[in-house]
Design a protein around this ligand. Structure first.
Ligand code: ADP
Ligand code: MN
Ligand code: MN
Ligand code: MN
Length: 360
């Protein structure tokens, strides 16, 4: 039987931004493992801010498995962290994520490549390269440098080989800044996919001696350099199939009422990024608009043209946010939006009244 190299991956207890951790388990298996063939495992939580040294064991519960193209018989095993008694560890945001397989998510992960404390391509002697303008979707050495595209392309291949719906790559507005997009169905699955994609990028960059900087405003708020977001595109079955302007208005009213709850889980240091400049809305303001890249939520043209059906883009989440918390918050907010009765259908409250009357 071949030896499978299983990379168990989990989130540590660092706050406010969790880090990725992993270690390898070798198991002899007939074939690529299914989830239920993967055993629980343990780790020293006192080294990851997840336990005290005197009682340090935490458990790893496999929750998703993906092929790892960098190894012969390799697998990437996404795990939840459990306490010794089997309950979710407080750092385990995935366990608390309300799920809905019919809610679909598309993340646009922006980030900076960094080397020696500065974005890749910034002058090694200090100072700044040419101002923003030519970098976004740019081509040529002055715009994108010598290795960034090679890394972004290699990352794309690794994601596809892992079975992730990696949907595209582009060079971003600041020098050294890039974006990739990951699509997945379900709040937990989308979070798993994004964490695995981040893991693959970080691991790939080791051999280039390049760092991935996920901070939303690595160059500071005072300079004319873009920050990094993680725009989150989302759609529910209701939005894709029924839609309608009335439902959309009520959706947006609920999002507005919940603005602070969303900002609370949309990533640390977001006040540095959501300033109202650089294609963002100010952090204390909620707005939405058709094709408006200065709004909190951008409504694609096609959404309106298609009878207010399709997906919306939440532009507030930042690049270092925990994707489980983003998707969970969106699912929870949408659950609070009343679904209008279909044409001709009897509204749910009326059905309830009739049932109550009949029972009396
Ligand atoms: P932008 O114009 O904002 O840069 P991108 O092309 O980078 O847009 O990203 C668009 C995102 O929308 C992709 O991540 C894609 O997966 C996502 N998306 C497309 N259709 C849907 C849908 N029905 N539900 C959720 N997300 C979707
Ligand atoms: Mn994009
Ligand atoms: Mn972008
Ligand atoms: Mn976008």
């Amino acid at each position: 039987m071949p030896h499978y190299k299983l990379e168990y991956i989990w989130l540590d207890g660092y706050e406010p931004v969790p880090g990725l951790r992993s270690k390898t388990k070798v198991l002899e298996l007939d074939a690529f493992p299914t989830l239920d063939e993967l055993p629980r495992w343990g780790f020293d939580g006192s080294s990851t801010r997840q336990a005290e040294g005197s009682d340090s064991d935490c458990m790893l519960e496999p929750v998703a498995v993906f092929p790892d193209a960098t190894r012969t018989n390799g697998a990437l095993v996404m795990c939840e962290v459990l306490l010794p008694d089997g309950r979710p560890h407080p750092s385990n945001t995935r366990a608390r994520t309300p799920d809905d397989p019919d809610t679909w998510f598309g993340f646009e992960q922006e980030y900076f490549f960094y080397r020696d404390g500065a974005p890749l391509g910034f002058p090694v002697s200090g100072g700044f390269p040419a101002p923003q303008g030519g970098y976004y979707t740019g081509v040529g050495h002055p715009n994108v440098g010598g290795i960034a595209r090679e890394i972004a392309d290699a990352h794309l291949e690794l994601c596809l080989a892992a079975g992730l719906s990696h949907e595209g790559v582009n060079a971003e507005v600041a020098k050294g800044q890039w974006e990739f997009q990951i699509f997945a169905k379900g709040a937990k699955q989308a979070g798993d996919a994004m964490w695995i994609a981040r893991y693959l990028l970080l691991r790939l960059c080791e051999r280039y001696e390049v760092d991935v900087n996920f901070h939303p405003k690595p160059l500071g708020a005072g300079l004319d350099w873009n920050g990094s977001g993680m725009h989150t595109n989302f759609s529910t079955k209701q939005m894709r199939e029924e839609g309608g302007e009335a439902y959309f208005e009520s959706l947006m009213a609920t999002f507005e009422a919940r603005h602070a709850d969303h900002i609370g889980v949309y990533g640390a240091d977001n006040h540095l990024r959501l300033t109202g400049l650089h294609e963002t809305q100010a952090i204390d303001t909620f707005s939405y608009g058709v094709a408006d890249r200065g709004a909190s939520i951008r409504v694609p043209h096609a959404f309106v043209e298609n009878g207010y059906r399709g997906y919306l883009e939440d532009r507030r989440p930042n690049s270092q946010a925990d994707p489980y918390r983003i998707t969970g918050r969106i699912v929870e907010t949408i659950r609070g939006v009343p679904v209008p009765a279909r044409n001709g259908a009897v509204p749910a409250e009326v059905v309830e009244e009739i049932a109550a009357a009949a029972a009396a």
